[in-house]
Design a protein around this ligand. Structure first.
Ligand code: AMP
Ligand code: MG
Length: 467
């Protein structure tokens, strides 16, 4: 078959990317192919085609690979030039569900690579595959993973590791940092072109709005507020919420040192480089506002010819983020708590649970709310829960057990299971990976070995960016 690639980004946004080909993988070996995603996208490919096309061994017909430019605030400091340092956008495919980017990651150096080797190891690429597919399975907006192909090359990260390329599918790769790249250079023409492109691609209805650029800001605020609320509900910690890792589409993007919290502690941080806890679990809603303020700054020149008024308009929207996020968070918590409708006491009930459950397993506590016998062993001290549970029962009412089971996954990618699967894959054994993948793709089905928290000997979990 051929992939019917289109290249709207390259066509509409000249000067925002560089044409560069992926490296040729010497001995591609398909590790995992997402057949169901391929089917949804209307791609019927053979394993051999997937291995060649998604490793860079050969280019699919019609591909026209580019590396996109972007900037970004990394841990609060501005880097004016980041860009795809190890990724190649092959092109876009247009499906009944919309237009999607097909991008290779780990596919070689580009002019944006700076000191990096442009490569990726098997472990981190399989990790992105697992976690993004889990996010999709629980309904959190995310880029998807189409395939991981071992390249047959060894790369150097502290030790020698087998290299791999991930093929991912995204609504687009427009980032807050894409806008920042041009705004920082005073290139208003390209900021406007990007905004027009983002509206046409992601929010076409807004083209008719009185002020389309303000409407774009509103729309990104809405999608990102919902996204972060979903992360919080899932116990997901992204780990590098830099502005270059925040997508205009509202999808979760760039899975690096991310992980799921096991015992609930608001200050949880997994990333080895996040010394200040900037991207700790409970800080994610604050970073949401901070990052969206960086997007708003790039749009100010477009919001109103009177720049004082433009700043007021942007500030007004930014002030609203906390309230909007709270509304989304409350909606997510109502679902997790099995509540029907809305009650004024819902926020207090949710917050009181958080106080009572500190130290208990995030995922299983919600999953077992309706089963006190199973819930108790999750807690060292159940005293606060004794007070809280009757309140919850009254509010949740009939059918709560069923709603709880539908809203709260039984299986998440537990850190020790992920590590076990990736370590085996790095040694050439894909069996644990496929078993874990099968379990996290059916996350609402109880599967005992994948549900249990890490054994105490697993210790504190640390993730690395050296992806
Ligand atoms: P990340 O923190 O993974 O989102 O990456 C931040 C920036 O570093 C992006 O511009 C990446 O393209 C770049 N980058 C990360 N790893 C590598 C690598 N191995 N080689 C070249 N560039 C890289
Ligand atoms: Mg990134």
């Amino acid at each position: 078959m051929t992939l019917a690639f289109d290249h709207s980004y390259a066509r509409d946004l000249p000067g925002t990317f560089l044409r560069v080909a992926p490296d040729v993988a010497p001995a591609p070996r398909l590790l995992v192919l997402n057949r169901s995603l391929a089917d949804q996208l209307g791609l019927s490919l053979t394993d051999a085609q997937a291995a060649d096309w998604f490793s860079g061994a050969s280019l699919p017909p019609g591909a026209d690979p580019i590396a996109q430019a972007y900037a970004g605030h990394q841990f609060g400091g501005f880097s004016p030039q980041l860009g795809d340092g190890r990724a190649h956008l092959l092109g876009e495919i247009v499906t009944p569900q919309g237009r999607f980017d097909i991008q290779l990651k780990g596919s070689g150096r580009t002019p944006f690579s700076r000191g990096g080797d442009g490569k990726a190891a098997i472990g981190p690429m399989l990790r992105e595959y697992l976690i993004s597919e889990f996010m999709a399975a629980i309904g959190v907006p995310t880029t998807r993973s189409l395939a991981v192909v071992a390249t047959g090359e060894e790369i150097w990260r502290e030790t020698r590791l087998p290299g791999a390329v991930l093929a991912r599918v995204a609504a687009s790769h427009l980032r807050v940092g894409t806008f920042q790249f041009f705004a920082a250079r005073g290139d208003q023409a390209n900021v406007r072109r990007l905004a027009d492109y983002a509206i046409a691609r992601h929010y076409p209805d807004l083209a008719q709005a009185d002020n389309p650029y303000l409407a774009l800001l509103d729309a990104v605020i809405a999608r990102q507020s919902r996204l972060i609320a979903e992360w919080m509900g899932a116990g997901f910690i992204h780990g590098v919420m830099n502005t270059d890792n925040m997508a205009i589409s509202g999808e979760t993007i760039d899975y690096g040192p991310c992980a799921f919290m096991e015992s609930y502690a608001p200050g949880t941080v997994f990333s080895s480089i996040d010394h200040q806890g900037r991207y700790a679990y409970a800080n994610q809603p604050l970073v949401l506002g901070w990052n969206l303020a960086r997007l708003a700054e790039t749009l100010v020149p477009l919001l109103d010819p009177d720049q004082t008024r433009a700043v007021d308009l942007a500030n007004d929207r930014l002030t609203g983020i906390a309230g909007r996020y709270h509304t989304e968070w409350l909606a997510a918590m109502r679902r997790k708590l099995g509540f029907v409708g809305e009650d004024d006491s819902d926020g207090a009930i949710a917050n009181d649970l958080l106080t009572a459950m500190e130290g208990a397993d995030w995922t299983l506590t919600f999953r077992r709310l309706a089963d006190e016998t199973a819930l108790r062993p999750l807690f060292d001290d159940f005293t606060r829960m004794e007070v809280w549970l009757p309140r919850w029962r009254v509010r949740a009412g009939d059918g709560a057990a069923r709603r709880i089971a539908q809203a709260n996954p039984a299986v998440i990618p537990r850190n020790h299971k992920v590590e076990e699967a990736l370590a085996a894959a790095t040694e050439g054994n894909m069996t644990p990976f496929h078993a874990l993948l099968a379990a996290i793709q059916q996350p609402f089905t109880e599967a005992e070995p994948f549900m249990l928290p890490a054994p105490t000997g697993f210790g504190r979990y640390v993730t690395f960016c050296g992806t």
